[in-house]
Design a protein around this ligand. Structure first.
Ligand code: PGA
Ligand code: ZN
Length: 422
């Protein structure tokens, strides 16, 4: 059954940070209609596919996406409408070829990924299969992923002095998805109580986590462990574990040092700091522990901690299959973050996940700090069987949309297993 697009249309909508993004609607010959909302990052890797912004200071401070919208409604619609595609891969390849650049900078990765996602959703509807089943590669078992709730925000996602960007709770010990979501929400509530009792602000960062005036990551971790206990859970892999995304590229200085909580650390110092953190706290996963260009540091970090914790590449891997493959060869990290808009098509995203799977690397599907109500990544995480998703706090509509989609999938498909990939 080929993919036959009869109508393609984009408009400018808002993301969760009040910045414009694209909503893309597609209609197929069989009558299926579907829509996709495009996410947008703030702490981006330099190798990401290019998000096209208008740069017109008279609109949205230059952040408008009318140019990208125009590309969907003009050039892309002209190229794909009325033309049958054998499958998603063929459609995505046509988009890549039409753009013609290595990083989708001509048409805009925001335009291209919106079309790719909308077509995937419409095709699934047309075939009367859930999106997660449509996205699942042959021979890969679907799996309900362990949610990673980002409950404390810092770095580029908040104005507090916390340099580490994300402190996530991961209910690895939960018996099923619904109980994992409950654990996330209960710890979030307990953390709010602890913060207010301690005189801290309970204001939120961009991903819905609290953004208190803390600067030392260890102080944030101490609070988090206490909140896990308050909520009645065991801190650790048997109960609720912790995952970090320091997003270290953001606090790496031009001289190669890292500034954390007012201290100036070398790459080696920061690795030693992580070793101590892993000793003292139930941290099971560290993403972007070092800067994207600190290649030697990443090799040493992986040598020293790779057996003990999951080390996730994000800014350095940018969901690019070739870059991830190089990292695997170089002995960097043992898992990759997966973001659709970092690479720009559904097919390339699935390819990046296949590269991880074949190398025994973990893969964690991720939202962006700027999001819409689109819950595509919930289906991507289930269908790909990767076992892990991070999509912010268990609060704020654009974050909860993804967790709620997972709850719906779990309720309709009680046969689906839950947990990390075995
Ligand atoms: P971003 O951050 O969406 O702002 O890029 C998310 C991350 O670093 O994982
Ligand atoms: Zn990250």
């Amino acid at each position: 059954m080929s993919i036959d697009i009869t109508m393609l249309r984009a408009i400018e909508i808002l993301d969760s940070r009040a910045r414009p993004t694209l909503s893309v609607t597609v209609e197929l010959a069989g009558g299926a209609v579907a829509r996709a909302g495009v996410p947008s990052g703030a702490s981006t890797g330099s190798g990401e596919a290019v998000e096209l912004r208008d740069g017109d200071p008279a609109r949205y401070g230059g952040q408008g996406v009318r140019t990208a919208v125009g590309h969907v409604n003009g050039e892309i619609a002209d190229a794909v409408c009325g033309r049958g595609f054998a499958d998603q891969t063929a459609l995505d390849q046509a988009l890549i070829d039409l753009d013609g650049t290595p990083n989708k900078s001509r048409l805009g990765a925001n335009a291209v990924i919106g079309v790719s996602m909308a077509v995937a959703r419409a095709t699934a509807a047309q075939r009367d299969v859930p999106l997660w089943r449509y996205l699942g590669p042959a021979g890969v078992s679907p799996l309900l992923p362990v949610p990673h709730f980002n409950v404390l925000n810092g770095g580029a996602h908040a104005t507090n002095p916390l340099d580490f960007q994300e402190f996530m709770i991961a209910p690895l010990g939960a018996p099923d998805l619904a109980e994992a979501v409950r654990a996330g929400a209960e710890v979030y509530a307990a953390l709010r109580r602890r913060l207010s009792e301690g005189g801290h602000s309970t204001g939120l960062g961009d991903e819905g986590g609290f953004a208190p005036d803390l600067s030392r990551p260890e102080d944030a971790l101490t609070l988090l462990v206490a909140a896990i206990g308050d909520a009645g859970y065991t801190p650790g892999r048997d109960g609720v574990a912790i995952a970090l995304d320091p997003a270290a590229s953001e606090f790496r200085q031009p001289d190669g040092t890292y500034h954390v909580g007012g201290e100036k650390l070398t790459s080696e110092d920061l690795i030693a700091r992580y070793r101590q953190i892993v000793e003292d706290f139930p941290v099971w996963s560290i993403e972007d522990g070092l800067g994207e260009d600190d290649h030697d540091g990443w090799v040493r970090l992986t040598e020293q901690l790779g057996e003990r914790v999951q080390l996730v590449g994000d800014d350095n891997f940018v969901t690019n299959p070739a870059v991830i493959a190089r990292g695997i060869d170089d002995g960097i990290a043992n898992a990759s973050l997966i973001k659709l808009n970092q690479i720009g098509t559904v097919t390339e995203t699935l390819h990046a996940m296949a590269v991880c799977r074949q190398a025994g690397y973990g893969a964690m599907v991720s939202h962006r700090s700027g999001e819409t109500e689109d819950s595509f990544i919930a289906d991507l995480a289930v269908g790909s069987g990767c076992g892990q998703i991070k999509t912010g706090a268990p609060a704020r509509g654009e974050r909860v949309a993804k967790y709620n989609r997972l709850l719906h999938i779990a309720a309709h498909h009680p046969e689906l297993p839950f947990g990390l990939r075995p």
